[in-house]
Design a protein around this ligand. Structure first.
Ligand code: ADP
Length: 465
């Protein structure tokens, strides 16, 4: 059976807490016993000594007699504490003996103390122990006191109730720490398992095509934060792809409909005999087909660079050398149209995808050529600009109307549709250029003045960030 992360974590915390509380209790118990036994032994010695002192005081030195009544009181209260007192005079005769006074009570007390002690120290090998004390008066021996008890140490009823209290406190502390550990464990496992469950739930929603799904909960645990960010990024990218696919399909069908419809009506008119299949008409149809072909070609290129996971083939290349190569290829087209083409460049090594950067420069130069009239001038500059490289294409063409400037990088956008029909643009060139520049972590901007000219500026980082 598979258990959830939360259950597993709770069990682990609980087991750890149980183990910890168990170990701590064992330690406390062990050290407490040692300390307490030392205390009991010291206490016993002290109370023996005070009994001896009390007994010594009951001797009347003036006539050499003992106050037997007082000694009996001392002996009986000592017996209450589990101590058997025997007092002998100088000649060894009994003055007072607890066993003679009440042997039954003595035995009962001894067995009682043995019982108490055995209960809490079951391994103790105890038995009756007797210690003799010399009784003195003014440094003169006056007799002997024998003090007997269950040894090497014994617990009185007070000691037993003290031990019981301590044990109860330890048990309460243990149970309380266990409960606290369980509570903490539950809270901790909830804190860890909740965001993971959320991530699992979000990932499964995403896998079912719900790309709007996001994990909103923030975790302070680094790994969990990374997990939620990754899942959210995945959803972002899938949503973007989906959106891209949708608009692409809509744009493409919209763009193809017009040329196809005009092609269809032209061909139908020819088939129905309304139009003569003249060379001129067939050439016009052919042109339309070429336009559709270009559009499809541009779409393919855009698809390639816009794909989120477009892999750039980065190499170190000299932009000035690449620019020179492109300018050489363009020279005839510019010459034919009567437009001047200048190249001004610094030698700038840069990390870039050679084919894609070439495509971007070609798009900008062919636009400049397209929209510049005979006698005009186009200039391509490559400038080393510290951390970045500036690639500037300027022309003295007809410029872009200010209202169109914000839209020219959008797919299928053409500033002047009627003029565009003549130039044959698909409206994808700048969208492709922008996608290439952004894939290189660069930026593109434009400034233009109607009937004066246009300047496109591409900024590329020298090394990929
Ligand atoms: P197209 O294939 O139609 O040229 P682009 O995406 O390359 O498509 O350009 C979009 C529009 O931006 C063009 O239709 C044109 O109106 C305008 N444009 C681009 N470059 C220039 C330029 N150098 N001079 C004037 N207009 C330009």
């Amino acid at each position: 059976m598979a258990y959830g992360l939360r259950t597993k974590l709770s069990f682990t915390y609980a087991a750890l807490a149980l183990l910890l509380v168990g170990i701590i209790s064992l330690f406390i118990n062990y050290f407490f016993k040692i300390q307490f036994n030392d205390y009991v032994i010291a206490q016993q010695k002290q109370s023996n000594q005070s009994i001896v002192n009390l007994v010594e005081k009951q001797y009347d030195a003036s006539n050499g007699t003992w106050n037997v009544g007082a000694i009996e009181n001392i002996g009986m209260s000592a017996l209450d504490q589990g101590i058997i007192l025997k007092v002998k005079d100088l000649n060894g005769n009994d003055v007072w003996d607890a066993t003679v006074h009440n042997n039954g009570l003595c035995m009962q007390m001894l067995s009682q103390m043995a019982q108490y002690t055995q209960k809490y120290s079951p391994n103790l090998k105890g038995g009756y122990v007797q210690t003799g004390y010399i009784l003195t008066n003014d440094f003169q021996k006056i007799g002997q006191a024998d003090i007997g008890y269950y040894g090497p140490y014994f617990y009185t009823s007070n000691d037993v109730s003290f031990i019981n209290k301590i044990n109860t406190i330890l048990a309460i502390v243990g149970i309380a720490s266990l409960a606290l550990a369980f509570l903490l464990g539950a809270v901790m496992s909830r804190r860890i398992s909740r965001p993971i469950s959320k991530a699992v739930e979000a990932a499964s929603q995403i896998s079912r095509g719900n790309f709007k799904q996001r994990i909103k909960e923030q975790s302070t645990t680094r790994e969990i934060k990374q997990l939620t960010t990754t899942v959210n990024d995945l959803a972002d990218s899938l949503e973007k792809q989906q959106q891209l696919r949708k608009t692409m399909a809509a744009d493409v069908s919209h763009e193809l409909r017009t040329p196809l419809a005009s092609l269809q009506s032209s061909l139908e008119a020819i088939i129905d005999g309304i139009w003569e299949p003249s060379r001129e008409r067939l050439e016009s149809c052919h042109e339309e087909i070429l336009r559709i072909n270009r559009l499809v070609g541009d779409l393919e290129r855009l698809e390639r660079v816009e794909a989120e996971n477009a892999i750039l083939n980065m190499t170190e290349l000299d932009l000035s050398e690449l620019a020179q190569h492109i300018v050489n290829n363009f020279e005839t087209d510019f010459f034919k149209k009567g437009v001047k083409l200048n190249l001004v460049c610094d030698s700038v090594p840069v990390m870039a995808d050679r084919d894609k950067i070439s495509q971007a420069i070609i798009n900008l130069l062919s636009n400049a050529l397209k929209y510049t009239q005979k006698g005009g001038c186009v200039e391509l500059q490559i400038r080393n600009d510290g951390r970045s490289v500036k690639l500037i294409v300027s022309d003295t063409g007809n410029g872009i109307p200010p209202d169109d400037i914000p839209n020219i990088f959008e797919r299928f956008y053409r500033a002047d549709r009627s003029r565009n029909r003549l130039t044959g643009g698909s409206g994808l060139g700048l969208a492709i250029t922008k996608a290439i520049v952004e894939a290189h972590k660069g930026s593109i901007s434009v400034s233009s003045e109607l009937d004066k000219g246009t300047v496109f500026t591409v900024s590329l980082p020298k090394s990929r960030r």
